[in-house]
Unconditional design. Structure first.
Lengths: 111, 217
């Protein structure tokens, strides 16, 4: 997972956890907000991703709470997860910068 | 049965697409998120949400990474196996050293002041018992037995006291090595990620609705 480009959903989940620990529903709501409503994570997809991220030790369980009789498990980034997110964000930023520069040079970007 | 109860029952049926081991660990959490995402008055899971759960459940079945302990528990179990190997090596070294250096100096270095046959017998019996204990604890911890985690923690006390009673240099080095391995394993077993693993059955039992709740008209 280290050398491959990260899937957008994975990137957004890690970004949602960059501010601190969150539970499953909090991650879904945060990803929707960060992506301005473009990405709506389904519970099944989210938990498949969380399971993979835990296996890769990019996230870990922070704590568990029971709220109104329902289990809330909070996840947080591990140091490896923070590093991986930072690397991926820098990679995306670099690609975006190149794309914008070339569009400007070609005069193809509306000002 | 209220709309919410009907919806929850239908979601739980959909979750049966997941492997049983995965459900034991995540069923309650996943249900909580599904219910939180539901619209007011919703009685049936949506088509897209159902397809997503079936797809994810099948994916989990074909990629059997479960049952899996948290990474901290896995590392603790590995350390316990390392502890068993370390104890076995120290036992072999001690016995072979006694055979090779069966003189006063050799015995003094190993911390043995008793007559040779008794030292060997006691040493071998204690060593084998410790190896068995390491292996049993590793197995019990990997199965999520909380009693084993408590026992590991309690055993740190006699292991620490044992260090003060040792005299021979070789024995002391091996004892400190074993003690450090045990201490690291216990530290890992009490990390938050490990706690979630050891308490997953309790949470599932405490939160799972009873059959009567589902059958209420």
């Amino acid at each position: 997972m280290t050398n491959r480009a990260m899937q957008e959903a994975t990137f957004m989940i890690l970004t949602a956890l960059a501010n601190g620990s969150q539970h499953g529903y909090g991650i879904i709501a945060d990803v929707q907000e960060i992506s301005r409503g473009r990405i709506l994570l389904r519970a099944g997809t989210l938990y498949t991703a969380l399971d993979r991220l835990r296996d890769n030790e990019l996230i870990e369980v922070d704590r568990e709470e029971i709220v109104e009789g329902r289990l809330r498990r909070y996840y947080r980034l591990t140091p490896a997860g923070s590093e991986r997110l930072g690397v991926e964000a820098a990679r995306l930023e670099s690609h975006a910068r190149v794309a914008l520069t070339r569009l400007k040079l070609a005069g193809g970007m509306a000002s | 049965m209220t709309d919410q109860e009907q919806l929850e029952q239908r979601y739980r049926r959909l979750l049966k697409w997941y492997p049983a081991a995965y459900r034991r660990e995540n069923d309650e959490e996943l249900t909580a998120v599904l219910m939180a995402c539901a619209r007011a008055g919703q009685r049936r899971p949506g088509l897209v949400a159902s397809a997503d759960l079936i797809k994810s459940g099948l994916w989990m079945r074909f990629h059997p990474r479960v049952p899996r302990a948290s990474s901290t528990v896995r590392r603790a179990v590995l350390l316990m196996y390392a502890g068993a190997i370390f104890t076995a090596v120290s036992l072999i070294v001690a016995v072979s050293s006694l055979n090779v250096f069966a003189d006063t100096e050799g015995l003094r270095l190993l911390g043995h002041n008793q007559p040779l046959p008794i030292s060997i017998t006691v040493g071998v019996v204690v060593g084998l018992a410790l190896i068995t204990l390491w292996l049993w604890l590793a197995r019990a911890v990997s199965q999520g037995r909380r009693g084993a985690r408590v026992l590991c923690t309690v055993l740190v006390a006699p292991a620490t006291l044992h260090l003060f009673g040792l005299k021979g240099m070789v024995s002391l080095v091996f004892a400190i090595g074993t003690w450090l391995i045990g201490l690291a394993a216990v530290w890992l077993l009490w990390r938050p990620d490990s706690r979630a693993f050891f308490h997953r059955e309790d949470v599932a039992l405490a939160l799972r609705p009873t059959a009567s709740q589902h059958q209420t008209p």
